[in-house]
Design a protein around this ligand. Sequence first.
Ligand SMILES: [Fe+2]
Length: 382
Amino acid sequence: MNFTHYMPTKVVFGYGALDGLGSEVSALRASRVLAVTDRVMVKTGLVDRVTSRIVPPCDVFDEVEAEPRVEVADAVANKVRERAYDLVVGIGGGSSMDMAKVASCFATNAGSARKYVGNNLFSNRQLPSIMIPTTAGTGAELTVASMVTVDGHKQWIKSPLLLPTVAIVDPEWTLTMPQSVTAATGLDALSHNTESYLSSMANPITDSAALEGMKLAVGNLEKVFADGSDRKAREAMSLAALLGGIALHAKMVYGHSIGYTIATRYRLAHGVSCGLPLPYVIASYSVACAPKMKKLASAYGVDLKTDDSVALGLAAAERARRLVGNLGVPTTMKEIGVPEGDLHALARECVEMYPRQNSPLVFDEESMGHLYEMMWEGRLSS
Ligand SMILES: [Fe+2]
């Protein structure tokens, strides 16, 4: 067993963690700070709550959009190169944190954002950064990638240099998340843990995180959906998202790829677009990932006295589909309005645009088309 795993980020977790921001900033000897966020965060007052804890001068870049285009990455690059910033703080969901992460690298690496789309293209060391997630889903505070939309397609800037210096994960921030955001971000966290567990790049560190992350999300997502003020369940979801960030180092399998093909077309939140395929993905990987199915099913709360991986996978998939449905999220492609005649074109886009070399289950256009048909009809087994 050989593996490489990056874990340089200091994690400060728990209710009240944000109170430690000032001391983290001074420990990093920052003299000029750039906060990266979006306008909603500014409007809700969350950005003020963060910047009031930062003593050195702090400017705010608030132009981050959902699924940010590469032009937004260029805008944040221009901003961070304007002055001699020595710390970047990301406040918000995955998009804001992704843009804060690239800003920390663009400060010391010249040229346009497009130049860095791909793997390991930064040559100079990045600025220190602190990430403050305000949802419980993306895990972006602990990952080596930032997503950018290039000419309408999702692409990635990947580098270990994107790993933040500090992640301050305070569940307090998530207590006011609207119900629909709670559902979508929670499904994203569950998908990250589950898909990473099914990846052929999984290692004992990512597996441990993924199993615990799945267990926490399955056990608490319906609770926070029903009662957003449930502090214990919110804390568990923040932890599930954080563990998903660790698990993501194993990379995801085809659930997210499928999600990318439907998110923009059918105006679905990212977490909804990958929550819908999740049950079908679990069921379809039950042979390719047979030795892992017992633990996966157990993390999904399935207590079956069998070693039959197909039965275990199907039971876990059924639990996943019940969970998705209980959150008011569509569980079939038909429900979101995909015309039956489009299924094979979407399947082709999925395998051509978003291939997964780390998937132990290999799909071609035809077998992926079959999976899309199952997702359209709502069939978990063929
Ligand atoms: Fe995701």
